[in-house]
Write a protein of this length. Structure first.
Length: 234
């Protein structure tokens, strides 16, 4: 099956919890060991709405390529119930996400895998000409044991490369490069996911790091409640 290559924008990475009168919980899904827990549940809720909404749910296997770009491929191994539903005004809808026993037994929980669940609102039949703002949610599903933070950095061709050496993803925000005087010479506040054993690139915008060993990197991650600081090596 042909893969769909998608470069996520910030709006996709920072999943919105409440959007146009509809809220979703949780905004991230986790299954630590699919051999023991084969499913999880999320809930869509209509908040202060007066009209019903029709939704369709799709699931994609989520990987990253050598350029750090996100690759989504349709995956029928995930069970979604229901795949299509009507969300009535001021009501809620539970959606179960899981695996068959055969698929669950084939997943190694020691090495995390990732999926993306896309929940799209569909224009009701007969209202195709009506102008309406449609709701869309893009939610990550992580399956496998959560590893501790294991990252390093290097600089190539005016780009800072963050290498995730762990067996699970790392969620990065507010990344900064500091010089020896702790002065910020580069910052990026965009939230990004780096999947297990993958990397992402930051454009340094012609910042000259002649001796990378003199600099350090500070970042916030899902692995720590406080910002993490580490040395930058070339």
């Amino acid at each position: 099956m042909k893969k769909n290559l998608l470069v996520f924008m910030t709006s996709l990475l920072c999943t919105i919890k409440a959007f146009a009168g509809v809220s979703v919980s949780p905004v991230q899904m986790f299954i630590d060991n699919p051999n023991k827990q084969r499913s999880t549940t999320l809930t869509l809720e209509s908040v202060d709405e007066t009209e019903k909404r029709v939704f369709e749910v799709k699931v994609f296997k989520w990987t990253q390529n050598e350029q750090g770009e996100n690759v989504l491929e349709p995956d029928n191994n995930i069970i979604i119930n229901p795949k299509n539903f009507i969300l009535q005004p001021n009501k809620h809808q539970a959606i179960r996400v899981g695996f068959t026993p055969a698929v669950a037994s084939s997943i190694n929980p020691a090495s995390e895998q990732a999926w993306r669940m896309i929940i799209d609102e569909i224009t009701p039949v007969g209202n195709e000409t009506m102008v309406k703002f449609l709701v869309n949610f893009n939610l990550p599903l992580f399956v496998g044991k959560q590893d501790e933070l294991k990252v390093n950095f290097n600089v190539q061709n005016d780009k800072l490369i963050l290498n995730n050496l762990a067996n699970s993803h790392v969620q990065v925000t507010n990344l900064k490069i500091l010089d020896e005087q702790k002065k910020i010479i580069f910052s990026n506040d965009t939230m990004a996911y780096v999947l297990a054993k993958n990397k992402i690139f930051y454009d340094l915008k012609n910042i000259n790091l002649a001796n990378a060993k003199k600099y350090s990197v500070v970042l916030e991650t899902n692995n720590s409640k406080k910002p993490v600081e580490m040395k930058l090596f070339n």
